[in-house]
Design a protein around this ligand. Structure first.
Ligand code: 26Q
Length: 752
């Protein structure tokens, strides 16, 4: 049956007469039925990827691409005057993640299925997910993201497990999302939930009664944990997730007739950061119920689990008071204490290795490292820093466990779906193979001196910029010029990512323009990203940027040369619009702080040039493209680490020594700013920059301005710039998550 007839089976009227929403709904049913006929991937050994976040993005377009049906359906719809692009817009984006860690999990599921490896994801079905970001008075506010009220690809299953929380038993429901590989079989993402969740308990903003666990357990991802109740709720969520995961894994193993003593031969469990760490004691507990000793069970679990570290920021390494765990999961306490005791016996003289510290706090990452077979960082530099700095003591005792797995992204979403035009050009130039073997993109270098190809690349970028400009006008009511340079920084808001440095550059440029020093071409600076609701300084940075946008965009002299856009509620959908339209990719974290970054890879693949520090995977991008095709600035990670160790960075010295810095920083609390901004927030920011600046903004600021000036000038040498762009695309194959997953499999999972 052709796709038109298939679609009509789910539509009760002719295509012309249906509206976009009706067609969208029919498409979902059609895709589900097509997937149902595909084979579930099975193999001897299976991997389970456990994660608090899965930032999967909209499903319709991605599934159509992976099923090989996108182009055909697009044509059919076009024949009836319908646009697949508009129909895809009817889907609400699943709000199941926050940032890089969650998007990585989604890319990994795509690659695991595409490589026909048997592997499922396990997480939670948050009803409102991460909050939705809205702006009022130039400030961020949070509201619930009601993504579940449209038709979704989720399927309710009959699978349910009893989970004991604070002496009460809750019965879970398992929802499944199909994960269909590109030209491959099907895996699943299992999302656990409760039937008693009550969305109506959410009151002002995203606040709710944190005590009513049966009503609130899966309402939000990362609920506010600034008080005791909030922290307990996080533990409730984490245990609910991993107990379901452990029960599901053991159930599947029993159904396959495997002996649980051989668990490690049949199962690999990847622990995505510390949020799912309680799966270790939970699995041990369940195996002990099968008549194993704790020693036996712990050895099996330690051979089955593997831990990925995604951050070197101390505050992200979770430590829970033992007392909280006693309240929520008393059944795990004897096991955690038993594991701690085993560690104490093995390393009696090294307190840094203990699981329970002297303040009776349980260190999740420490438990992971003792009771996993593998510990990996997510970029070469990050893994080196873990080995030599943050996790040095563990590296000393377990050198064989440490390994690097440089992150990757799925090219199906990040070019085939998000940048059709570029994907088509590439296929026309080098054939289809790159879609399955991304290293084939290197063949694009054949066209390095081909003016026709370079022109077409340039036109595609321009077209993407036109589309983004239309979107920005419609959504943000700001008119931007596609002939200007699009300079983009989109990512979670965090001081270490240094959006504030980019904001200082805006002030620097604004003052120059006011002084009659005009740039040779207008520049549009686009930001996007959410600040954690309780992260005061990150919210202040958003406020600063929006206030600057107000001043700059409304100044007739300046706005001819400079525009500022803060894209509200940055998510996968917006990422897919902004990344293909970007000229300059801002990756300016303080060296040593960004574990990897994956946005950097998406921009590179879409032909943007990176302006960044020697941090995370930027280092590997530089090694691939060479210094001519990237702009690296700032102090190295070694220099930064040395400054921390010797306590020798003092922002004030930079502020006082340089007139330019002084002037720019003081603009934050100038009369102009205070007229439109919140005095307390702006003053707090100013004070922080001058007197603390923990992430050393002022250390790199002058060099940043200098190098950015070079970038803007180099953009004018059009043929040179487009060649840089071509080299970036051609060299991006290494960052396919297919490569990353093959590495995980070869070194950690060993599926056959
Ligand atoms: C920790 C404690 C308590 C509550 C929340 C958290 C928490 C929540 C989310 C800690 C970390 C996260 C998210 C981290 C994250 O997204 N890390 C990013 O992971 C990417 C994939 O490996 C990397 O590319 C990024 O460099 C890293 O920042």
């Amino acid at each position: 049956m052709n796709i038109e007839n298939k679609l009509l089976k789910y539509l009760d009227k002719p295509i012309e007469e249906a509206d976009d929403l009706e067609i969208y709904n029919a498409c979902v049913d059609m895709v589900k039925s097509i997937i149902d006929k595909k084979e579930r991937i099975v193999s001897d050994k299976k991997v389970y990827y456990i994660s608090a976040e899965f930032l999967v993005g909209k499903q319709l377009g991605k599934n159509l691409i992976n099923l090989g049906l996108y182009d055909e359906l697009e044509k059919v719809l076009k024949k009836h005057n319908k646009s697949l692009y508009e129909i895809e817009a009817k889907e609400k984006e699943p709000s199941l993640g926050n940032g890089g860690l969650g998007r990585l999990a989604a890319c990994f599921l795509d690659s695991i299925a595409t490589l026909n490896m048997s592997g499922d994801g396990i997480g939670l079905n948050y009803h409102f997910g991460l909050f939705k970001q809205v702006f009022r008075k130039h400030k961020q506010y949070e509201t619930p993201d009601e993504w579940l009220d449209s038709k979704t690809m989720l399927r309710e299953t009959k699978v349910s497990f009893p989970v004991e929380l604070a002496h009460r038993t809750y019965n879970s429901i398992m929802y499944d999302l199909d994960v269909v590989g590109y030209d491959a079989g099907v895996n699943k993402l299992h999302l656990f939930d409760l039937s008693t969740i009550d969305e109506d308990i959410v009151k002002k903003g995203i606040s709710f009664n944190k005590k009513a666990i049966e009503k609130n357990l899966t309402l939000f991802l990362y609920p506010d944990d600034s008080d005791r109740e909030g922290q307990l709720l996080r533990i409730y969520q984490q245990y609910f997730m991993v107990s379901n995961a452990a029960q599901l894994i053991l159930k599947e193993e029993k159904e396959k007739g495997h002996d649980l003593h051989d668990l490690a031969n049949y199962v690999s469990i990847q622990i995505n950061d510390t949020h799912p760490s309680l799966i270790i004691p939970e699995l041990i507990r369940l195996l002990m119920k099968e008549d194993m000793t704790i020693k036996e069970a712990a050895a099996i679990v330690a051979n089955t689990c593997a831990y990925t570290n995604h951050t070197i920021l101390a505050e992200a390494l979770e430590k829970w008071p033992l007392e909280y765990l006693e309240e929520v999961v008393p059944q795990l306490i004897p096991i955690i204490q038993g594991l701690d005791y085993a560690v104490y016996n093995a390393f009696p003289n090294n307190a840094t290795l203990s699981i329970i510290d002297n303040d009776r706090k349980v260190h999740m990452a420490n438990m992971d490292m003792h009771f996993s077979k593998s510990i990996n960082g997510v970029a070469a530099l990050h893994t080196e820093i873990l080995k030599n700095q943050e996790l040095r003591d563990f590296y000393h005792v377990y050198p064989h466990k440490f390994n690097n797995k440089t992150n990757g992204i799925t090219f199906r979403r990040w070019i085939m779906h998000s940048n059709h035009e570029l994907a088509k050009l590439i296929t026309e130039l080098i054939g289809e193979e790159w879609k399955k073997d991304a290293t084939q993109l290197e063949r694009l270098l054949w066209f390095y001196d081909n003016d026709e190809v370079l022109n077409r690349l340039d036109t595609i970028k321009y077209n993407n910029k036109v589309r983004l400009a239309e979107f920005v006008l419609k959504r943000e009511k700001i008119k931007i010029d596609p002939n200007s340079i699009f300079d983009v920084q989109v990512k979670r808001m965090h001081e270490y990512k240094r959006q504030q440095m980019n904001a200082l550059w805006l002030i620097y440029k604004y003052l120059k323009i006011k002084n009659g020093e005009y740039p040779s071409r207008p520049i549009t600076v686009l930001f996007g990203g959410k600040a954690a609701p309780a992260y005061y300084m990150a919210k202040n940075i958003i406020h600063l940027i929006i206030c600057l946008g107000d001043i700059i965009n409304n100044d007739p002299e300046v706005s001819k040369y400079l525009k500022v856009v803060f894209l509200s509620n940055y998510n996968i959908d917006k990422a897919e619009r902004v990344i293909p339209a970007c000229d300059i990719s801002e990756q300016i974290s303080l060296a040593s702080k960004e574990a990897s970054g994956t946005g950097n890879m998406k921009f590179m693949l879409n032909g943007a040039i990176t302006l960044g520090t020697a941090d995370g995977a930027n280092v590997e991008i530089r090694d691939l493209v060479g210094n001519d095709n990237i702009y690296i600035f700032g102090k190295s990670s070694d220099e930064v680490i040395n400054k921390y160790n010797t306590n020798s960075y003092h922002a004030k010295e930079y502020y006082e020594r340089s007139e330019m810095i002084h002037h720019v920083v003081d603009f934050i609390i100038s009369k102009k700013m205070l007229e439109i901004g919140d005095e307390e927030m702006l003053k707090a920011l100013h004070d922080n920059l001058v007197n603390k600046d923990w992430f050393m903004t002022l250390l790199d600021f002058e060099e940043y301005c200098h190098v950015k000036e070079n970038v803007l000038n180099d953009y004018e040498n059009r043929s040179w710039w487009i060649r840089k762009s071509l080299v970036n695309i051609a060299k991006s194959g290494y960052f396919s998550s297919d490569r990353t997953i093959l590495d995980y499999n070869n070194d950690i999972w060993h599926l056959r």
